[in-house]
Design a protein around this ligand. Structure first.
Ligand code: ACM
Length: 385
């Protein structure tokens, strides 16, 4: 007889706290994929059932809920986490219990786990391209501003290294703010930026504080045409929070922007709108949260079981056409081949793609390659799209 038992999956994205806007988008990306899969008959007739908890943007609560999902609710797989501090909190639990975490957020790299699949960008898929673009177009004197936790510290270190090693650049300042920072917390930093006159600012500020930073910048009268902010985390969601007038002219590097004008992306956006209305704004973290559930479903169909030993060999063979383009898991790193792009915010609050890779870029989470050329190679070209 066919197995019709439901497949429970854990979902850990925050709907409250400072990360709620971006993580809600990941929640909806996940639920969208689950609904598509179930409406198409499930996985071999088995329905996917999400068990969602709201960790309230607090790493300790991610750990607590991961434990509950695994020990009390018996899930094999968890989709979740945005901040690297949340992933680091969940990692020991999934490793100890031999379960699987799908992580859909760009991060600082330098990590591998047998129990994690990483579908967001590693530094060689966003920071390297952004460093090259910003230094070529604006100059190599950079000012670093970040939120006070592991991703900003590590990501700023990488950007600082890229700029100084490959473009002879200098770091003019490096400042950190608390996660719940307000516009006032940025006032002195913006004045320091004005005095230092960098060629560009690299922002690793995340969550709700992002809008306060860009607003403080705009209020001080600084001009994106001559001293733009470049980021990996300022997506369409944060742009909507801060307002288009404040965001216009600034840059973000990501594998996906809502504005991608491909048949696949347009069809996906249309379907998402039909199913979920305007619950959230599609962005790179939403897209990775969406396609990683489809990667899981593909592997699960072949494996017949969500248990790690059975699922992982299939998962490491998976590839599919995501809204960003072709993606596949790299078996040696558990990270994903992605399609790097750089966007500049336009007057509609969307990103104009000013540069994109010509083919998916292999993840190199430990930055093993040693030159910009090794990372960029022949996979990249300028685009006037
Ligand atoms: C992040 O904390 N990985 C954005």
């Amino acid at each position: 007889m066919a197995n019709t038992e439901t497949i429970k999956v854990g979902v850990l994205f925050s709907e409250t706290g400072v990360m709620s806007a971006i993580e809600s988008s990941q929640l909806y990306g996940t639920l969208f994929a689950i609904r598509e899969i179930n409406e198409a008959g499930g996985i071999g007739g088995r329905e996917l059932v999400p068990i969602h908890h709201d960790p309230a943007s607090d790493p300790a609560k991610y750990r607590m809920f991961a434990e509950r999902l695994i020990l009390a609710e018996d899930v094999q797989v968890i989709f979740g986490c945005y901040m690297s501090s949340a992933r680091k909190a969940v990692l020991p639990i999934v490793e100890r219990c031999n379960r699987l975490l799908f992580y859909a957020t760009l991060y600082e790299g330098f990590e591998f786990s047998d129990n994690v699949i990483y579908t967001g960008a590693a530094p060689n898929q966003n920071s390297v391209q952004l460093a090259d673009f910003m230094t070529s177009n604006f100059g190599a004197r950079v000012y670093l501003v970040g939120s006070n936790y592991i991703y900003p510290y590590e990501s700023n270190r990488i950007m600082s290294d890229l700029v100084s090693q490959y473009r002879g650049g200098v770091k003019l300042g490096e400042r950190y703010v608390r996660l719940g920072a307000t516009e006032d917390d940025f006032a002195a930093i913006v004045e320091d930026i004005r005095a230092a006159r960098p060629d560009f600012i690299f922002s690793t500020v995340v969550g709700d504080a992002t809008r306060h930073f860009y607003r403080a910048y705009a209020r001080a009268g600084l001009d994106p045409a001559s001293m733009p902010i470049a980021s990996l985390t300022t997506s369409e969601v944060e742009v909507a929070q801060m307002g288009t007038d404040v965001a216009e002219g600034h840059f973000t590097a990501a594998p996906y922007f809502r504005s991608i004008d491909s048949a696949g992306n347009l069809a996906c956006l249309e379907k998402f709108g039909r199913m979920f209305g305007s619950e959230t704004i599609p962005n790179a973290s939403w897209e990775a949260a969406y396609f990683q559930v489809h990667l899981f479903a593909q592997a699960m169909r072949a494996a017949g079981s969500p248990e790690l030993e059975t699922l992982m060999p299939e998962l490491l063979r998976c590839e599919l056409d995501a809204p960003q383009g072709r993606v596949k898991i790299d078996p040696s790193t558990h990270h994903t081949y992605l399609n790097p792009r750089i966007g500049r915010v336009n007057g509609e609050g969307q990103f104009d793609v000013v540069w994109q890779a010509v083919a998916p870029v292999r993840p190199d989470p430990y930055l093993v390659a040693h030159t910009l050329g090794d990372w960029m190679g022949s996979t990249m070209s300028w685009s006037s799209e």
